[in-house]
Design a protein around this ligand. Structure first.
Ligand SMILES: Nc1ncnc2c1ncn2[C@@H]1O[C@H](COP(=O)(O)OP(=O)(O)OP(=O)(O)O)[C@@H](O)[C@H]1O
Ligand SMILES: [Mg+2]
Length: 267
């Protein structure tokens, strides 16, 4: 029989530059099969970290991008109609729990609370998933673990995780790395020189100080990687920064001018 997890295995090491003791902590949490929550702003390395950890722990990784239209059946599975009749198809959560993968629910607050509660019996000492429609009580594979990501600050009163969900997880905080580490990441991901990466990171640091003062969110490591890739393609640095760093994060003309001016002091 073919390996149902084939597509979810990670063979080559995903590059991840640790910023603290997150690798050791995640390994300990995994050894205890503790579900984990990765908190931090967009583009700061959460997804890359999970990919790296799945590779390191030699587990397949099943990722689900959550959204508000997602139903419990989208996670758990459903009966499908085909030529031979009806056939049960495991959803991503069930697949991961059955075969011992790491299941990564990205942007979990986007899911409705009635969807989120299906993870409850899987994330406490029961480690089971009731497949009600199928009449099966699935016992999670011993290697299964659930990881969720969460962007603190994007929540509203209506859109937040319940305490009964949050309290099932251990949490790791992610943020933008310190200067030298972020330079190293940008160099590795794009091939620009250290001198260029150093300037890009300095621009991002300036913009991050404007968060809450006209900018909703700072320039992320992901955006710096975009800018670096354009520069590595031969795009003139100021144009690369306009396209990859400034235009995406604000539509406000004054803020764009301020950021363009910051770019001009470096390039
Ligand atoms: N510590 C790191 N090591 C290696 N690459 C990193 C690191 N932090 C950020 N990156 C780079 O930043 C990019 C964006 O990171 P990633 O996709 O993991 O963000 P995220 O935190 O999952 O964001 P979102 O919340 O939007 O999903 C990665 O593709 C990678 O190039
Ligand atoms: Mg992500």
């Amino acid at each position: 029989m073919s390996d149902p997890m084939e597509a979810y295995r990670i063979d080559a090491e995903p590059y991840y530059r640790p910023v603290g003791d997150e690798i050791e902590l995640f390994e300990a949490a995994y050894a205890a099969r503790m579900p984990m929550m990765l908190k931090g702003p967009t583009g700061c390395g959460k997804s890359r970290f999970v990919e790296h950890m799945a590779w390191r722990l030699r587990r397949p990784l099943v990722t689900v991008a959550c959204n508000e239209d997602m139903t419990a059946a989208d996670l758990v599975g459903r009966f499908l109609l085909d030529a031979e009749g009806t056939r049960w198809q495991d959803g991503p959560l069930t697949l991961a729990a059955r075969h011992g993968a790491i299941c990564y629910l990205d942007e979990v607050v986007e899911a409705r609370q009635d969807t989120t509660v299906v993870i409850h019996p899987l994330t406490d000492s029961r480690r089971v998933l009731p497949l009600e429609k199928k009449g099966e009580l699935l016992r999670a594979h011993p290697d299964f673990v659930l990881v969720i990501s969460y962007n603190p600050g994007y929540q509203t009163l209506l859109k937040d995780l319940k305490q009964s969900t949050k309290q099932r997880f251990g949490a790791l905080d992610f943020g933008y790395p310190e200067h030298a580490v972020e330079v190293e990441i940008v160099v590795h991901e794009t091939g620009v020189t250290t001198a260029v990466a150093d300037k890009l990171v300095a621009i991002a640091e300036r913009a991050r100080n404007l968060k809450g003062h006209g900018l909703e969110e700072g320039i992320s490591t992901r955006m710096l990687v975009h800018a670096g890739k354009l520069i590595a393609q031969g795009v003139e640095p100021r144009a690369a920064c306009r396209v990859a760093l400034v235009r995406p994060i604000t539509d406000d003309a004054d803020m764009r001018d301020a950021l363009d001016a910051a770019v001009a002091t470096y390039f």
